[in-house]
Design a protein around this ligand. Sequence first.
Ligand SMILES: [Mg+2]
Length: 176
Amino acid sequence: MHANKKPGLFLPDTVFPRITAVTPEFLKERGITALVLDIDNTLTTHDSPELPADVAQWLEARKAEGFQFAVASNNHEPRVAPFAQKIGVKWVADAAKPLPRGLARAQQQFGVPKEQMALIGDQLFTDVLGARLFGIKALLVEPMAPDHKKLIRFKRVLEKPLMILYDKRGGERCGG
Ligand SMILES: [Mg+2]
């Protein structure tokens, strides 16, 4: 979203087709050094313990460039901790997104000001709203796979008019 436009609580700053489309140039231009990542349908498909190969490659490359990462999930510790340890990032389980407290825990672990943080996630009502309430940039990715859970499918219906509004306002889309 352009700097002269207020993005609104439910609208992201930028939309990407996949997390791998978030380039280091994009992040550096905006002063972002620390990224909070949603897990399900952002990094991998629901309940998968593995990263897709291209996502693993992207993550390792960005880590080598000095970017910090934490996963923040509303899922519980047994899903989140082993996953985070396996991919070598910090983590916040039971993040209670969209409440800002999980993101505050991520910020403590990063030790950076909010201006240097961004969240990458696939849902407007948890990820984007959470980033907005906490006051960091919100990068939205298209969900990696179709949603099967009823609640999420319902939320997708509600997201549609908001994304139409986003595009009408000339919201930024990168890498697609
Ligand atoms: Mg998700």
